[in-house]
Design a binder for this molecule. Structure first.
Ligand SMILES: *Cc1c(COP(=O)(O)O)cnc(C)c1O
Length: 395
């Protein structure tokens, strides 16, 4: 077998073995419906309630503030649509940022059609929103602020605690899409003044198709999924017991290993960034230099098409991404890179490499060595690069 180097952990992660093992009995012998009355179902019910505690503990929430959902996209949709509806009598203005995940941006577009008004905050060249601009955007009729905790493409970590404080001071609800942050960096919903928070299992070595929405006690919110009385009447549907158990287990493990993993990944990431910037000409790092996810590196290479780079990397067994998984295949450059102020032709040449604590330095060195060759090859085929070299030589 050839090499296999997985550097797309922002798209999804491998469900860890201990998580899979924790889930297995709930497919087979412990298959009861947690809502049922008899003792046999009690085991499933207990397992769900334990998972709720494990998830709550990771973000300093109360277990009764954790609602299990079908993943990050559902949690984002629920937070925005249902809060918008519940607070419509107070106003119809929502503030978000230009670099949100499409689960937020497309939900905002939907709400716009339903008569809500959305303000999309700009970000600076590092991908951070400005607190002054946020404050200036808040109006009498603002009901919700939704700003992500960490960006899935460029890895920038927003100043969520300050955003939360501003929201609270103005009596506005604050939701954060923490899908890339939960399980990776410390989150404290109390300290950060967070009213609602989305997370997803498969982004931190848990299973796919399960997530949470943290809803602070006292927040009014309607149901998004109507039916049975599950999740305290707020999210209908028979609980995904194995998925929930897996989410809980992955949360517990993340809590135990976080500090060590952050250290490991940061060293690897910074080694990767240093080598790329020093050894590959006309390259730049996208996103904040230090306030960034420990596992994220995102680069632009001038005169290069991101897609061509991905194809050549894939031939070597390297999984990487350009823009986000949802937009690859589309010809438009990433909305995030454009929001950072990069011109179209540069935003096209982006490469995202996202690591895990299992990534090795040897793998990264191999990737950089190969990337150097790939970029040289592609540039030699690029008329833009030739023109550029001619101009350089004239000067
Ligand atoms: C992956 C992701 C989502 C969507 O989560 P799913 O569980 O895949 O639906 C939402 N927001 C961010 C920031 C993400 O990275």
């Amino acid at each position: 077998m050839g090499k296999f180097i997985y550097l797309d952990h922002a798209a999804t992660t491998q469900t860890s073995e201990e998580v899979v093992n924790a889930m297995l009995p709930f497919f087979s012998e412990k298959y009861g419906n947690p809502s049922a009355f008899y003792g046999f179902a009690g085991e499933a019910e207990k397992a769900v309630s334990y998972a709720r505690k494990q998830a709550a503990a990771l973000i300093h929430a109360n277990p009764e503030e954790i609602y299990f959902t079908g993943g990050g996209s559902e949690s984002d949709n629920w937070a925005l649509k249902a809060a918008a509806e519940a607070y419509a009598d107070k106003g119809k203005h929502i503030i978000t940022s230009k670099i949100e995940h499409h689960a937020i941006l497309h939900t905002c577009e939907y709400l716009q059609k339903k008569g809500y008004e959305i303000t999309y905050l700009d970000v600076d060249s590092d991908g951070k929103i400005s607190l002054e601009e946020l404050e200036a955007a808040i109006r009498e009729d603002t009901i919700l602020i939704s700003v992500m905790m960490a960006n899935n493409e460029v890895g920038t970590i927003e100043e969520v605690a300050k955003i939360g404080k501003t929201a609270r001071e103005h009596g506005v609800l604050f939701h954060t899409d923490a899908v890339q942050a939960y399980g990776h960096i410390p989150v404290d919903v109390e300290e950060m003044n967070i009213d609602m928070l989305s997370a997803s299992g498969h982004k931190f070595h848990g299973p796919k198709g399960v997530g949470i929405l943290y809803i602070k006690k006292g927040v009014k919110i309607r149901s998004l999924i109507h039916g049975g009385a599950q999740e305290r009447n707020r999210r209908a549907g028979t609980l995904n017991v194995p998925g929930i158990v897996g989410f809980g287990k992955a949360s517990e493990t993340a809590g135990k290993t976080m500090e060590e993993n952050i250290k490991k990944e940061t060293v690897l990431r910074d080694h990767l960034i240093k080598r790329v910037l020093e050894e590959i000409p006309y390259s730049r790092l996208n996103g904040h230099k230090t306030d960034r996810l420990p596992g994220n590196a995102n680069f632009c290479f001038r005169f290069i098409e991101g897609e061509s780079m991905l194809i050549l990397l894939e031939q070597l067994g390297i999984c990487a991404s350009s823009g986000s998984a949802c937009t690859s295949g589309a010809l438009d450059p990433s909305h995030v890179l454009l929001a950072l102020g990069l011109p179209h032709e540069i935003a096209h040449g982006s490469l995202r490499l996202t690591l895990s604590a299992e990534t090795t330095k040897e793998d990264l060195d191999f990737v950089v060595d190969e990337l150097k060759k790939i970029i040289e090859r592609l540039r030699h085929m690029s008329p833009l690069y030739e023109d550029f070299l001619k101009k350089e030589n004239k000067e």
